[in-house]
Design a protein around this ligand. Sequence first.
Ligand SMILES: [Zn+2]
Ligand SMILES: [Zn+2]
Length: 412
Amino acid sequence: MESPETSDVCIICNKSNALRCKRCKSASYCSKSCQRGDFPIHKLLCAKFSAFDILERPTEEHVRAILFPVDQRQPNLIWLHCRWKEPEDEYDRRHQSPNSEPYLNDYGREVPIQYNNVLARRLSNTVCVSYRDTFLIDGSAPNRSIEAITDTIPGYHHDWRGPIIAYGKVGPDLDPEQCRDIDMNDFRHIADYLNSYGSDLTSIPAVPPANCRKVKGVKINCLGDQKVLSKPHFEEIELSANDIIFRHHETSDIAKRIGLPILTKRCFPHPTWANIQDWGMFENHSPYNNQDATFLHLSLDQKTGSNISEGILGFGWAPTQWQNNVGTTVVVRQDKKPLLPMQMEVLCSYCRYHARDCLAHTMGEYAPDDPMSKGLALSMICRPTFSIWWYRMCNEKHKKGESCDAPFPYSV
Ligand SMILES: [Zn+2]
Ligand SMILES: [Zn+2]
């Protein structure tokens, strides 16, 4: 059966009243910029989807499905046989059973996708991905057509191996009985699943429920979120007091040392710019660029030497995961007191210009023959120097006529 034409919600940003891609008439976008954001992934299948003849359906039991071959960069469309099966016992229902075996040489493990983490959207129809359950240990080769998708986002990705197929099922139930044709919006949901699988990044923080205790935090928006989504550099946000960041986070040595311990977490890149590979619109910088978050994570640890394989570069350096492709970062105070954008702006500036200078001096950047001792540099990274930095920045803001109404961070 053909997929229902219910989706008029943008596949990249969730806005309604979306229009269809002119070529495949399947993928839904609210705007040119959302369509551009999807293009690096969409182009892998759009032409084949447009050419795939729906009238050539072999039987009523066949549905349009996607095969991700091991040895080609482009996925293919196939007619997948989904035989109707009568109930085997009183607990069973009549249901369609996809025959993955010819494509996987294995019965495969079926993973239903009913929620898109990247979009924070519940899906109206189920999308299923099926792969060899043991692909990491059975000698399966890395899947090149999945690589073509994960290559559009920098950083670590799950090691997808062996052939993989994807098909649709009707409805969002626990165990949908009927299969359906896959479409290009499903393709994007699959790409988001493959790209974000095993990722340690949070998606966009959820708005806390009304009756839950809230904590004020700050998002340091990366270049992509600033330029494409017009977000401010430092954005005020509210998180619930039991947000995942309080259990799973990283910390800043500098913030801890000056007596303002914070928790940090990177966000999953926003789909409008995450896959764009032409960085012209970002003046050839990476849209993931977030130097403030990098400097916030400079290490003050004198004991641990560098250990590149674990991403630790040692004293004076940010760990590798904070060096490149950082993206937007959420920051909260460890004590759950409110953290305001102005306070974060001053802390970032302090890390980037004051602390970084002290640390650079220990590495001989200013006087190669007479570098500052690490102990002396550390003594200069302290609450009194931060206080001076705070009042100096407040003064500068006053002179420029900007408001500076955030309280001194130690007095809240
Ligand atoms: Zn959109
Ligand atoms: Zn298209």
